[in-house]
Design a protein around this ligand. Structure first.
Ligand code: 5GP
Length: 118
């Protein structure tokens, strides 16, 4: 969980516009885009603009703003895709499953009877 924030991580580059993404939402607090290896159709990532490795290192205000946007974007995904369920999750630290070390939230639509990754 501890360590230095790397300003050249892949999501930092996407936030700066140095790498492309399929954008679904943006404002002063977050950028949301499609996951390049979706676990299910409609898998969206919400990336806070704050330079933090994980959620535990975020300032309270930035975390509050991000979580509110996760909720709003998840509701937009719900309206658009009519899934049977939606996973909202995020991972902190490599042993927890984190692979990109700029804090981000997953929005993963779920359909009855369809396995993750299918
Ligand atoms: P985590 O760190 O929470 O385990 O997951 C990182 C997520 O970012 C993965 O779901 C992976 O598919 C996604 N990802 C990794 N690199 C890129 C990229 O360059 N573009 C996009 N859109 N998604 C990425």
């Amino acid at each position: 969980l501890d360590g230095q924030y790397d300003p050249d991580n892949i999501f930092a580059k996407i936030l700066r516009g140095e790498l492309p993404c399929v954008k679904v939402y943006e404002d002063a607090h977050v950028l949301a885009f499609m996951d390049i290896f979706p676990q299910a159709p409609g898998h969206v990532l919400v990336v806070p603009r704050e330079a933090a490795r994980n959620a535990l290192e975020m300032t309270d205000g930035a975390l509050q703003a991000a979580i509110l946007r996760v909720k709003r974007i998840a509701n937009a995904v719900k309206s658009a895709l009519r899934p049977d369920g939606i996973i909202l999750t995020q991972f902190n630290g490599a042993p927890a499953g984190q692979t990109v070390f700029h804090v981000h939230f997953h929005i993963i639509p779920r359909q009855d009877g369809v396995a993750l990754g299918a």
